[in-house]
Design a protein around this ligand. Structure first.
Ligand code: ADP
Ligand code: MG
Length: 581
């Protein structure tokens, strides 16, 4: 990124950058340009044709007559070939550009840090891939087609006009500055409106996705009317901006035509005055060319509207592509950690937050030990896991895995050492087996998947499903109960067989029966690995080697179940509250 920030976002810079996406398709682009060049070349030739017809009429010389219809057919044919070459090869360019852009943005999403997702709404992010990319295609296709074809046509006509009589044609130069001012004003306004439209499209898809994913809550809490009116507002806003955009072009185009009309009227007058020495054919041919001129100019101005939309859409695409990836500067790698985890005086505040979520946290989990984090919600327990997985980068203190600062690990290598199960189980719209063997585990043998499911006490319900492990589970596992989903998540972690296991409230949402099942599963899971267990129910962690009580980001007590009870402090208070329940 050599460009400095302010000039990076100018329309011209955006266009240049967009053009980089065209370069891999330069061959098709060249053929397409040649096609439109052919097309454009035929336009002034029609004026020549008319000139010749009239001159032949005048000269009463009918011998060459047969040439004219042939010439005409030739023109139409050439124009047809030009249209095909231009259209087909341009489509190759634009579909290619869109594909590349779409994948670039998607790949970027896969690399962005967690903090980005915290501060951007999902609907906007999705509409960038669907809506913005389409706007960019339309801009590239339309712009290239129109600018090449109509631009060349207009240029050809102008050349013909100047060639026929350059002094008369100076009339066109007189209106050029006015046109330039008009177009630049309109372009700016179109870009502004396009940005508003884009945002409203993002809002609409955001509201829709919230309704779709949250429809149960929306209905049970009577939120239908609220959601409907929210959507109405954002859709209405979108229509208004679109209307404004249409109005702008609707006013701009006739004005432009009027301006050109005035120039043509002047030309007509001047022609009658000064063009006395040319043949009637030359005279009519000249005027024909002049009158062919408004059409390509109108189309150029129409295309400009799409181009401005496309530039705006591309600007926001490029803003995303320029976002920083997750920090991944470490290159330390280890094939399998022994699992010694140490927090050394770690303090951390979330980005955009002034309060510390963790303050001076220190503890050590020896290899194979189970460390439990307990405490009221909002205390900072999940933050500890977020830091271990480097979803957020800690800057104060050190976090060591096997004695090496986790920032020094290559990110994927670090994460390969950790099995994570959270309260929010994420399942994919795929089979049970593929959900257990997800991502890096995709090639796990069926045997191993089966074993993991067994250890997670999940095999019972899996085998009761219509197709066992091959059953499709629906979007985010809607067809499974909470406890079943949780056990699939545990099976996934088991299959990963990582030296460090993190369970963040993995059992909190479950009924007693499911919890008992999972309890049994967990006993097997923690064997032979270091485990960090965050549990709401203290019964789950009584056997932990070390229990840390976290309040307001600080460790207020530490010890085993027995010693902590004996201390009669925060832990024993938590314990007696739960015991009463
Ligand atoms: P616990 O897991 O103990 O319930 P968390 O670690 O989730 O608590 O949260 C600790 C504090 O950090 C809370 O005050 C919470 O509001 C804040 N917090 C958690 N996640 C984020 C985030 N992504 N951005 C900003 N603040 C956060
Ligand atoms: Mg939490």
């Amino acid at each position: 990124m050599a460009e400095s920030i302010p000039e990076k976002n100018t329309p011209f810079a955006t266009y240049k950058r967009l053009f980089h996406y065209v370069t891999p398709f330069w061959g098709s682009f060249a053929i397409s340009t040649v096609g439109y060049l052919l097309y454009a070349a035929t336009e002034p030739l029609f004026a020549t044709l008319i000139k010749n017809i009239i001159d032949i009429l005048q000269a009463q010389n009918r011998e060459k007559m047969i040439l004219l219809p042939l010439f005409f057919i030739g023109l139409i044919f050439t124009r047809g070939v030009g249209t095909f070459l231009g259209g087909f090869f341009l489509a190759k360019v634009s579909t290619g550009v869109v594909h590349t852009l779409r994948c670039d943005v998607f790949n970027k999403y896969a690399q962005l840090p967690t903090a980005y997702f915290d501060s951007h709404n999902s609907g906007q992010m999705m509409s960038v891939i669907t809506y913005n990319v389409r706007e960019v295609t339309e801009a590239t296709t339309d712009a290239i087609r129109t600018f090449v074809r109509e631009g060349l046509t207009a240029l050809g006509l102008l050349i013909y006009l100047f060639y026929s009589d350059w002094r008369l044609s100076l009339v066109f130069l007189a209106i050029a500055p006015v046109i330039a001012v008009m177009v630049s004003y309109v372009s700016k306004r179109l870009r502004k409106l396009s940005r508003l439209i884009q945002n409203s499209v993002g809002d609409m898809s955001h509201i829709t996705s919230e309704l779709v994913t949250g429809h149960r809550v929306v209905r049970s809490y009577g939120g239908k009317d609220y959601e409907k009116s929210r959507f109405f507002t954002s859709s209405f806003n979108n229509s208004q901006q679109n209307l404004k955009l249409a109005t702008t072009t609707a006013i701009h185009n006739p004005l432009l035509q009027l301006l050109i009309g005035i120039a043509l009227a002047g030309l007509m007058y001047l022609t009658l005055f000064f063009m006395d020495k040319v043949s009637p054919g030359g005279f009519v041919g000249y005027l024909t060319a002049a009158f062919l001129l408004p059409k390509p100019i109108r189309q150029l101005s129409d295309a400009n509207s799409n181009v401005q939309k496309g530039i705006t859409a591309a600007q926001s695409l490029f803003e995303i592509l320029d976002e920083m990836d997750e920090v991944d500067s470490g290159n330390y790698q280890i094939s399998r950690a022994t699992g010694v985890l140490e927090f050394d005086n770690v303090s951390f505040a979330y980005p955009n937050s002034e309060d510390y979520a963790l303050k001076n946290v220190s503890f050590t989990a020896k290899a194979g030990q189970t460390v439990a984090l307990v405490g009221a919600s909002g205390g900072g327990k999940s933050t500890v896991t977020n830091l271990i997985l480097r979803f957020y980068e800690h800057s104060e203190g050190r976090i060591l895995l096997d004695g090496v600062e986790i920032s020094d690990y290559q990110l994927s290598n670090l994460r390969a050492q950790i099995g994570l199960v959270t309260q929010q189980v994420t399942l994919f719209n795929d089979s049970v087996a593929n959900n257990i063997a997800y991502g890096g585990l995709a090639n796990a043998p069926l045997e191993a998947i089966h074993q993991a499911a067994e250890k997670a006490h999940a095999i019972g319900f899996i085998e009761a499903l219509p197709q066992g492990l091959a059953t499709e589970i629906g979007e985010n596992g809607v067809k499974l109960s909470g406890g079943q989903k949780q056990r699939l998540a545990i099976a996934r972690a088991l299959l990963k067989d990582a030296p460090l296991l993190i369970l963040d409230e993995a059992t909190s949402a479950l009924d007693t029966e499911s919890e008992r099942q999972i309890q049994k599963a967990l006993k097997e899971v923690v064997v032979g690995r270091t485990s960090i267990i965050i549990a709401h129910r203290l019964s789950t962690i009584e056997e932990a080697d070390l229990i840390l009580v976290i309040e307001k980001g600080q460790i207020v007590e530490r010890g085993t179940h027995q010693t902590l009870l004996a201390q009669n402090g925060a832990y024993s208070r938590l314990y007696s509250v739960q015991f009463e329940e």
